[in-house]
Each structure stands twice: as structure tokens, then as C-alpha cells.
Design a protein around this ligand. Structure first.
Ligand code: GLU
Length: 399
């Protein structure tokens, strides 16, 4: 079967692939401890669900403008202003079918064939493929475990060439949980501004910061708006992954181009989901605070449990809800993992064997550009975390 050259450039999302694999085991009645998906285990808050029910009852079941209804675009700008100190107008906002769609559309309206896009690694699995699909070339900037996977502006600067079109930053980071300090963010902004490069900031986890840190958007810095594009998502903040609502905040010509692309592809995000989203951004934020408190409790448990495994190293995530342990130096009782290792464990084999033999789902580091690691999502209950840690401890032990 000859598919397009474009589709052959990319691979399936490894986060979604792990979800599908885990589902197969669950369908056979197997008790899987699922640390795979980056998806809140909390239900969507009631007031948001009720808004969707009202929308249905009031027959908001028809097409809307491709970039979202005006009240929602206005409300997203107001919410972003109140929460993150920015000043966008509805004309600078497009509502998208989730955060991934926001990034996909932004890259596709800005990146030309051969353009370079700087991506810090470890990175979210979809950034490189989205860039490749648009014809661009991902240029990776390494971040390091020894300093908490912090991105440094000097490394970004060293990666820039005359072909660089965009820099993508994701803070807190999926998969490492690293937070880019505000001073470093400001330096990267300045760099991009001076060189005429777009700075795409993926704010998917903006509200999940630990130790009392306050959400921050680089778009709130003076003179940022002509350089920064905000890609946001309601999926994590409001536990709305399945509703598929995200947004872009950008200079008006970019927002318009995204709406044009949507007018010829998805059309509008689901009308009912838009009404739920309107309630999410206009309503109370207390459910977000309670989810954060629970994630913080789980983070402590996960970190202590992982660090008790011999040979395993894990940096403390500062935000989001992922741990990203380095398992390459762990011993294991699993013969297949031992046979495949070359003195250091192969994380893709480990992830596969963990699911097959211990029934624990994790995402291997390879998809994030970091072999030797795996990502564990702790958006699951403390009881499941305890069970998962027991299985991991057993897997990484010697007979
Ligand atoms: N962002 C989440 C994750 O990394 C959801 C899955 C996806 O879209 O990649 O697991």
C-alpha cells in the first residue's frame, strides 16, 4: 500500500499506543496497573458536566464558527488574563480540538518545508512528529537529569541557525515535570525576539506546579505577544481529556490562519464541548486546587517508592503528574530484559515486559527522545500506585 510521503514521515503516538496495549490486557480481565496515559483519573467537575447537559437540552448541537463561539473565545482570553496575566482579545484566540490540535495547527500554519524547529529533549512524543508532518526539521536540545532536566537559554542559542523558525517550550514538561525558571524563559523570549523566531509555549500543565509555585505564562512578559504563541488545553486543568478542547492565543493573522485551516479540516470543535469549556473557564477553580493537592501527595509516594528500587534514579518532578525514572542501571529478575541488555537495560524492552509479565503499563523513554527511562503517570489512585510500586519493586529485583 503506497501511502503519502507525508504520513510515512511520522510514527504513531507512543503514549496512545501504550493506552491501546493496556486496554487489550484489561479486555482479557487482567488487572493492569496503568501508569500509561497522561490523563487525570478525576471525573470532569459536576458544574462543567451540567453545562454540557444544558447545552444539549437547549439544542446547541449545530455547527459553530470554525474557531469556536465568540463567548468562549472571549472567556478563554479573560481566564488567561486572570490566571496568567496576559492581555489577549477574542480575535487573537482560536478554540481547537484539544491541545495537540492547537500545536498541530500552529506548526502547520507557520513552518515551511526545511524550516528548523528547536525542541528540548526529553520532550513530549508528539512535538517531533508534528514538525515532521509539516515538513520541518526537529532540532533537539538536550536537557540533563543531573540538573533536573532544566532547559538553558545558552543551549537553545547554540542550536539556532538561519533556518530556525520556531522554538517549542513545554513547562511544566511532559515527561520530566521540569519547570523552566522565569528568568530563563525571559532569556529565551529575548533570543527569539531578536532573531525573529516564534516561541511556542505549550501550557498544557500550567496549573499543576508543586510547592506552592504560581502558574506563569511567558506571554505575560512585556512585548511578548509578537513572538509568543500560547497553546493551551482544558484536558488536564479541568480533567476534560475526552472532551477535546484546547486553544491558541497568538497574533491575529496566526489565529485567523488557524481558523482557516480548521474551516477546511475539522470545522468547529464539538458544540456541546464548547459550552462545557465555557463553564470551565468562567466557573470556580477550586477543583483544580484539590486535584493539585492530591497529585502532590501522590508524587511524594511515587518518588519514595521508585527511589527505594536498587539502581533506579528519579529526579523530583516540579510540575505535571509524571515521574521519569532512569532505569538503565537497575537489576531485574526478567530473563528477557537481561538478555536484551548490553550492561544497561533497554527501556523499550522493559516497558514491554512490564506489561506482559507484571501487568504494569508505562511509556518507554524512546518516544520522548530518552532511551533508558520510562514515564510513569501518577494520575491514578494511591492504592493503585502502591500496587504498581510493589510490582515494579519485584520486577527490578534479582532472583
Ligand atoms: N498528553 C498525554 C500523554 O502524554 C495524552 C496522550 C497524548 O495525547 O499523547 O500521555
Amino acid at each position: 500500500m503506497q501511502l503519502s510521503e507525508r504520513i510515512e514521515r511520522i510514527t504513531e503516538s507512543s503514549t496512545l499506543a501504550v493506552m491501546v496495549e493496556a486496554e487489550k490486557y484489561k479486555a482479557r480481565g487482567i488487572d493492569v496497573v496503568d501508569f500509561g496515559p497522561g490523563e487525570p483519573d478525576f471525573p470532569t467537575p459536576d458544574h462543567i458536566k451540567r453545562a454540557a447537559i444544558r447545552a444539549l437540552e437547549q439544542n446547541f448541537t449545530k455547527y459553530t464558527p470554525a474557531g469556536g463561539i465568540l463567548p468562549l473565545r472571549q472567556a478563554v482570553c479573560e481566564w488567561h488574563h486572570a490566571q496568567l496575566g496576559t492581555s489577549y482579545q477574542a480575535s487573537e484566540c482560536a478554540v481547537t480540538v484539544g491541545g495537540k490540535h492547537a500545536i498541530f495547527n500552529t506548526v502547520n500554519v507557520l513552518v515551511n518545508s526545511g524550516d528548523e524547529v528547536v525542541i528540548p529533549v526529553p520532550c513530549w512524543v508528539s512535538f517531533p512528529d508534528i514538525v515532521k508532518y509539516a515538513g520541518g526539521k526537529p532540532v533537539f536540545v538536550q536537557t540533563h537529569e543531573h540538573d533536573g532536566f532544566c532547559l538553558h537559554s545558552r543551549d537553545v542559542e547554540a542550536a539556532l541557525t538561519p533556518k530556525t523558525r520556531m522554538v517549542i517550550v513545554n513547562s511544566p514538561s511532559n515527561p520530566t515535570g521540569a519547570i523552566l525558571p522565569e528568568e530563563e524563559f525571559a532569556k529565551i523570549l529575548d533570543l527569539c525576539r531578536r532573531r525573529g523566531i516564534w516561541l511556542l509555549t505549550d501550557e498544557c500543565y500550567s496549573h499543576f506546579l508543586y510547592a506552592g509555585r504560581r502558574p506563569f505564562s511567558v506571554a505575560s512578559l512585556p512585548d511578548a505577544k509578537n513572538t509568543v504563541i500560547v497553546c493551551g488545553s482544558l484536558s488536564k486543568t479541568f480533567a476534560m481529556t475526552g472532551w477535546r478542547v484546547g486553544f491558541v492565543l497568538a497574533p491575529e493573522p496566526i489565529a485567523k490562519a488557524i481558523v482557516k485551516l480548521q474551516s477546511q479540516s475539522t470545522s468547529n470543535p464539538t458544540s456541546i464541548a464548547q459550552h462545557a469549556a465555557l463553564e470551565a473557564v468562567r466557573g470556580p477553580m477550586d477543583s483544580v486546587a484539590s486535584m493539585l493537592a492530591e497529585y502532590e501527595r501522590r508524587r511524594a509516594r511515587v518518588l519514595a517508592g521508585l527511589r527505594a528500587i536498587p539502581g533506579l534514579a528519579c529526579t523530583e518532578p516540579q510540575g505535571a503528574f509524571y515521574a521519569f525514572p532512569n532505569i538503565s542501571a537497575c537489576p531485574t529478575r526478567d530473563a528477557e530484559c537481561r538478555a536484551a541488555s548490553n550492561g544497561r537495560l533497554d527501556s523499550s524492552v522493559v516497558a514491554r515486559r512490564l506489561l506482559e509479565s507484571a501487568h504494569v503499563a508505562v511509556v518507554p523513554g524512546e518516544g520522548f527522545g530518552a532511551a533508558g527511562y520510562f514515564r510513569l503517570s501518577y494520575a491514578t489512585s494511591i492504592e493503585r500506585i502502591e500496587e504498581g510500586l510493589r510490582r515494579l519493586t519485584d520486577f527490578f529485583s534479582q532472583d
